[in-house]
Each structure stands twice: as structure tokens, then as C-alpha cells.
Design a binder for this molecule. Structure first.
Ligand SMILES: C[S@@+](CC[C@H](N)C(=O)[O-])C[C@H]1O[C@@H](n2cnc3c(N)ncnc32)[C@H](O)[C@@H]1O
Length: 293
């Protein structure tokens, strides 16, 4: 980290490094990000930085910190740089193979937990990524058996490692293309946060999104390819009375309701996030819930 004429070949103090990093980031989250990155690099709690502003940081560590700050300044998500992200009450390990789990996706977890009680249930998370939704549900409902599907092998390895580290033995993960590998399997609940941005949406180039994998974000000319496939195939994979719950873009509520109704789902309804935007739509397979296990 270069500061006041000092290059990365010199040791600097914690206080000097933080001041320079805050100035370099020059953004709303500059203070917290610069602190979290330095604490991560030094393997210390943030409180250490406040207690020891005069502590010397070695030249190689200064250089490594400078590189992290440069990546953050370029828009790379903090979660990729520190290799972890909190979701629900869980700390997940993360890498660039999949989406950074977003707080708004916790709405899907809430809706799922409201739909079924704690008795045994078969649950499917399509496009599981880091395993965020699957693991949140598995942690809240030890009696549920949760299967997470993703087509990306690195994301699946990450999800499985998260499950092992969190000791969530009721979650497992498998490769697949949405429902394609699940012939004959039926679930009480299917949740999905699929990609739903238009392929040509300029927001994909924004600093906030361009570091995340495109296949986790974009889905066809109108952004609805994945949601179309999931809605159409869901009734064939839901038990009687089973629920499908999907996240989607704030402008997609009406069309997702139409897709679910066209597929034959009942009780179709859209829920809003804390900002009041339509973000999750659910529908129910016909027939009363019966135990088919
Ligand atoms: C928006 S991310 C959601 C990740 C995670 N569920 C979350 O909420 O943080 C979408 C995920 O869908 C996966 N995906 C994309 N196309 C897929 C397909 N055809 N079949 C299965 N998974 C797919 C991506 O690899 C990515 O992990």
C-alpha cells in the first residue's frame, strides 16, 4: 500500500495503512471494507486494529493489502476477497465460482419455513450455488432432507464443503440442469433463486456484478429462461400440495405469476422484500398434501 511516499517495500503501521486505504476506496463502505480486509489479512479481529494503530505491518503484508484494496476498488465483492459471507445465521465459505448470497434471498428461506412444519419433508434447492438456501433450511429444520442442485461443479464442491463444516448432515448436493436429472423424484418443497437478468442488461457490467459468474446472473433474452423451465417442470416434481418458491427480479412478478399459473400451480402469490419490491413468487401443486414417502 503506497502512502506518503512509502512503497510496499516498507513496513507501515496499521493506522497509516487504514488511512491510505480509506482514501483509495473513497466510497460509502470505505471505512468498514478497509478494516475488514486488513483484519482478514492479519488474521486478527477488527478490534485489534483500533487497539493497535501503531503496530507495524511487514512490507509483504503491506503489498498484499494494497493488492486487496485495488481489487475492492475495482468492484470485486468483499465476500470474494475475504472468502466468506454471512447468510441467515450461517457463515459460508465463498469463492468466485458462484453468486455472493444476498440478504434479500433470506425472504425465500422465510417463505419456505412458513409453508411446511418441522416434520420430515423432501426439499429441493435448484441453483444452490454456495448452498446458502439449502443450508439455511437444513439448519432450521433438521428433519427435512434437502437436496441442492447446480450445474457448476465448483459451486457444488463449495456447497458440500459448507455443509460439512457446518455439520449439516441433512443437506446433500448433486450436479444437474434444473430438474433434468431428477426423473421420478417428487418434493414437498422446491425453492430456487435462479439467474433472472436479461443477457443484454447493462447492469451486468456494473462494478457490483461484473465479478460474479454470468451463468449465475443472466438467463436469456428476457431473463426468464430459467424461471420458465423451472415453473413448467415443477408440477411433475412436486408431491400433492407441494410448494414452488422462486426469487425473481422486481419487475418480473406478474410474468412469473403467469408462468406458474400456466404450469397448473394454484394459490399463486408474490411477496415483497423489505424495500417493498416484488421479489418472490410461490405456487402450490394441486391436490391435498399426502404422505407419499
Ligand atoms: C443466482 S445464483 C443463486 C445461488 C444461491 N442459490 C444463492 O441464492 O446465493 C444461480 C445459481 O444457478 C446455477 N445455475 C445456472 N444455470 C443452471 C442450470 N441450468 N441448472 C442448475 N443450476 C444452474 C448457477 O450456477 C448459480 O449457482
Amino acid at each position: 500500500m503506497s502512502h506518503a511516499g512509502a512503497g510496499p517495500e516498507h513496513a507501515q503501521t496499521v493506522g497509516e495503512l487504514l488511512r491510505a486505504a480509506r482514501a483509495a476506496l473513497d466510497a460509502q463502505d470505505a471505512r468498514i471494507d478497509s478494516e475488514l480486509l486488513l483484519a482478514h489479512l492479519l488474521g486478527r479481529a477488527r478490534s485489534y486494529l483500533f487497539a493497535h494503530p501503531e503496530a507495524l505491518v511487514t512490507a509483504p503484508q503491506c503489498a498484499a493489502y494494497g493488492a486487496l484494496i485495488a481489487r475492492r476498488r475495482d468492484g470485486e465483492p468483499l465476500a470474494y476477497l475475504v472468502g466468506r459471507q454471512e447468510f441467515w445465521s450461517l457463515e459460508l465459505t465463498l469463492d468466485g465460482s458462484t453468486l455472493v448470497p444476498r440478504p434479500e434471498t433470506e425472504l425465500l428461506v422465510e417463505l419456505a419455513l412458513e409453508r411446511l412444519d418441522a416434520s420430515p419433508a423432501r426439499v429441493l434447492d435448484l441453483g444452490t450455488g454456495s448452498g446458502a438456501i439449502a443450508l439455511a433450511l437444513a439448519s432450521e429444520r433438521p428433519q427435512w432432507q434437502v437436496l441442492g442442485i447446480d450445474r457448476d461443479a465448483r459451486a457444488l464442491a463449495l456447497a458440500a464443503a459448507n455443509a460439512a463444516r457446518l455439520r449439516l448432515v441433512n443437506a446433500r448436493f448433486a450436479p444437474g440442469d434444473w430438474f433434468a436429472g431428477l426423473a421420478g423424484a417428487r418434493f414437498d418443497l422446491v425453492v430456487s433463486n435462479p439467474p433472472y437478468i436479461r443477457d443484454d442488461d447493462p447492469c451486468l457490467q456494473d462494478a457490483g456484478l461484473r465479478h460474479e459468474p454470468r451463468h449465475a446472473l443472466a438467463s436469456g433474452a428476457d431473463g426468464l429462461d430459467a424461471l420458465r423451465r423451472i415453473a413448467a417442470a415443477a408440477p411433475g416434481h412436486l408431491g400433492a400440495g407441494g410448494w414452488l418458491i422462486c426469487e425473481h427480479g422486481a419487475e418480473q412478478g406478474e410474468v412469473v405469476r403467469a408462468l406458474m399459473r400456466a404450469a397448473g400451480l394454484r394459490e399463486v402469490a408474490t411477496h415483497r422484500d423489505l424495500a417493498g419490491r416484488e421479489r418472490a413468487t410461490l405456487g402450490r401443486n394441486e391436490g391435498a398434501a399426502v404422505d407419499e414417502r
